[in-house]
Design a protein around this ligand. Structure first.
Ligand code: SF4
Length: 270
């Protein structure tokens, strides 16, 4: 088993705390109550300080005051299908399927490559160390995990975290495509080269794809969806340079700007 460099892990953790939590929002604080459901929070934010008749402030959730029950039910139906799925060999090696989770009307959808060991054990996406970093990136954006949707290209973990195989992607991708169709995000954030290349149907490396909006095509007759590719949090943890973190933050700032959401300033004291 590979030896863990404890000092490196601790140093990364401290840097992560510093870089992805030291932000303040311009103007009004958007601090949210942890106990409130995301939809309720969005609804409350939309209505609490806005005079009647005034346009709603930008939200991470599309149409936050309307019911998302139908979309939630459709997403749950897909999740149920994936949990029964045996279309590829990963169906027999997984512990738990990881369909994805989040708000049915999220305007931002994060898509990674495949579940890892922690995700496989819990049946939830991005819950290991990379997931903790993603949570910090989301928080640094002034958002909550419950306000976005998080999923993967593959719903089941490849053994030993090996790369997804073409037949696995071909079999599994329709589930994600249907989730995108239901959620209709304004922006997809592809985490890492595999997710970006699969969604964009390209062989270009992540270094060429990130930093500018690309377009995801969901099929004939469907409008393209803006896609921002950025580094996978797991890559960031392995290559924890100031420059890589800046690249990710620059990518996320473009996403927030595109959505008309407040862009936090770096807190000089943080
Ligand atoms: S990875 Fe996808 S296609 Fe393969 S068994 Fe799991 S849900 Fe089915």
């Amino acid at each position: 088993m590979a030896e863990v460099d404890v000092n490196k892990v601790v140093r990364q953790h401290a840097e992560m705390e510093g870089f992805f939590t030291g932000f303040v929002l311009r103007g009004k604080s958007v601090a949210l109550d942890d106990s409130a459901p995301a939809a309720a929070v969005a609804s409350a934010n939309a209505s609490s300080s806005v005079p009647t008749g005034a346009p709603n402030p930008p939200s991470a959730i599309r149409d936050p005051q309307s019911s998302a029950t139908d979309a939630a039910a459709e997403l749950e139906a897909i999740a149920g299908e994936t949990r029964q799925c045996r279309k590829c060999q990963l169906g027999s090696t997984r512990t738990k399927c990881v369909p994805g989770e989040g708000h049915p009307r999220a305007r931002i959808m994060f898509v990674g490559e495949a579940p890892g060991a922690d995700e496989d054990a819990q049946g939830r996406p991005f819950v290991g160390r990379a997931g903790q970093l993603l949570d910090k990136i989301i928080a640094a954006c002034g958002l909550r995990r419950e306000e976005v949707f998080i999923g993967n290209i593959l719903k089941c973990r490849p053994p030993e975290n090996r790369e997804p195989r073409p037949d696995e992607i071909i079999n599994c991708l329709p589930y994600l495509q249907r989730q995108i169709e239901i959620i209709q995000p304004d922006v997809i954030v592809a985490l890492g080269g595999h997710a970006a290349k699969t969604l964009l149907n390209t062989v270009k490396p992540i270094g060429q794809l990130r930093g500018q909006f690309q377009e995801y095509y969901g099929g004939i007759g469907r409008p393209p969806i803006k896609l921002m590719a950025t580094f996978h949090p797991a890559y960031l943890l392995r290559n924890y340079s100031e420059q890589n973190r800046r690249y990710v933050w620059e990518d996320m700032k473009k996403v927030l700007t595109e959505l008309g959401l407040p862009v936090p300033d770096r807190n000089k004291g943080g």
